[in-house]
Design a protein around this ligand. Structure first.
Ligand SMILES: C[S@@+](CC[C@H](N)C(=O)[O-])C[C@H]1O[C@@H](n2cnc3c(N)ncnc32)[C@H](O)[C@@H]1O
Length: 381
């Protein structure tokens, strides 16, 4: 027999799986580009179980998962929790190419609903795209049985919807921006007009590449933060940002279309039909109310009293930097901070800085090393 191996001029490499990579996302306030800075500033803390209580895209939870922690992801919005299910809780399931193709085919035996085409004509997508969305969202439910496969497919559908939207949001009836034949200073008409199917395939591939097992039982939850049980070693919070003028990011209002897709069968009963852009019925939240946001931070710090509390926020918001530090000091023995100058998407404010505050109650805390940061300002307060 010919010895093929010894004929090779170089040693054969063992087969190595592609390293997991967090997918590209378009989400207001995502920490995707800051996760390594965040991680560098907290990696020396002693903790094993961690809650990412306002998980959003899952970028921070994913970094914790990569670090081998036992991660609980949470978000109030069901579509975000679906992403948490796909990328954090899921340790091995991927979507195969033939499964994707099935999602693009109408099942003659299935009685399809046409809710999106009937409700959103002329609002966000072309009517042909609305009809496609009605088919695919029902195929995901009907043709995929594994909850992780469904979650991965939904992740791809959300991302495809976002890239095809001016500003990547659903805050206005503005399909006309995409269709108008004018010179634009923003956005990418080519991406908007690229067929859903092409975007979808690309995002499934990205999501598949992100799936990995860190040998821990990670979870994705869909709760209001205050309804979660305490008991984590560390709780990371990145709540919606409220500007000094009291204007906050209302995620439920910005991303209502993705939330509707996630609850497709209940969608029609949850729409505020008085709005031109057919958003969901308004939800009140203390995190979106300048009168209540101090109380919300206070109650949260108390609720998770036994945990190290790590807060991401902007220096120029409500509460402002100093108040946030004072508030944290009322609940934790030691508070440290890291500060990073930032230019935020869709914002002209150049003075705002990204804050990372860490509060905890452990003894011997004076020996605790000050936070490390790329920026020189990392201090123990
Ligand atoms: C600033 S974003 C988090 C971004 C996230 N860290 C990331 O990197 O993508 C805030 C998130 O909090 C969620 N949220 C808002 N109110 C909430 C609540 N009461 N409980 C839990 N999550 C909430 C929003 O849906 C949103 O996804």
């Amino acid at each position: 027999m010919v010895d093929l191996v010894s004929q090779f001029p170089f040693p054969l490499m063992p087969e190595v799986a592609l390293a997991p990579v967090f997918p590209s996302t378009r989400y207001q306030g995502s920490k995707r580009k800051l996760v390594d800075w965040i991680w560098k500033n907290i990696e020396q803390l002693e903790f094993d179980t961690v809650l990412d209580a306002f998980g959003g895209t899952g970028a921070v939870a994913y970094r914790f998962k990569q670090a081998g922690k036992q991660v609980t992801y949470n978000d109030l919005l069901a579509f975000n929790t679906t992403i948490g299910l796909a990328l954090i809780e899921n340790s091995q399931v991927v979507v195969e190419t033939d499964e994707i193709e099935l999602l693009f085919q109408r099942d003659p035996a299935y009685d399809y609903d046409h809710f999106i085409a009937e409700t959103f004509e002329g609002i966000y997508f072309t009517q042909a795209e609305n009809i496609w969305l009605d088919m695919v969202i029902q195929n995901i439910d009907h043709r995929l049985t594994d909850p992780f496969k469904r979650a991965l497919a939904l992740f791809a559908l959300y991302q495809a919807c976002l890239v095809k939207r001016p500003y990547n949001l659903f805050h206005r009836k503005n399909l006309y921006i995409r269709e108008a034949n004018v010179k634009r200073s923003f956005g990418n008409k080519k991406t908007w007009d690229t067929p859903f199917e092409r975007h979808f395939r690309k995002f499934v591939a990205e999501a598949n590449t992100a799936v990995f097992d860190n040998a821990r039982p990670n979870k994705a939850l869909n709760q209001d933060v205050m309804a979660l049980s305490p008991g984590y070693d560390l709780v990371y919070i990145d709540p919606p940002y409220m500007s000094r003028k009291g204007i906050s990011v209302d995620y439920h209002a910005f991303y209502h279309f993705l939330e509707g897709l996630t609850r497709y069968k209940e969608w029609k009963n949850q729409i505020d039909y008085s709005t031109r852009h057919r958003c969901l019925l308004h939800r009140v939240s203390p995190w979106n109310d300048a009168e209540q946001i101090y109380g919300a931070f206070d109650a949260l710090a108390e609720h998770f009293a036994g945990s190290i509390l790590v807060i991401s926020y902007r220096s120029d918001g409500i509460p402002p930097h100093d108040d946030l530090v004072k508030l944290l000091r009322r609940h934790r023995h030691t508070v440290t901070q890291a500060v990073l100058p930032q230019q935020y998407a869709l914002s002209r404010n150049t003075h705002s800085k990204e804050l990372l505050l860490v509060g905890h109650n452990r003894r011997g805390i004076t020996e605790y090393r000050p936070l490390q940061t790329n920026h020189p300002k990392a201090t123990q307060l």
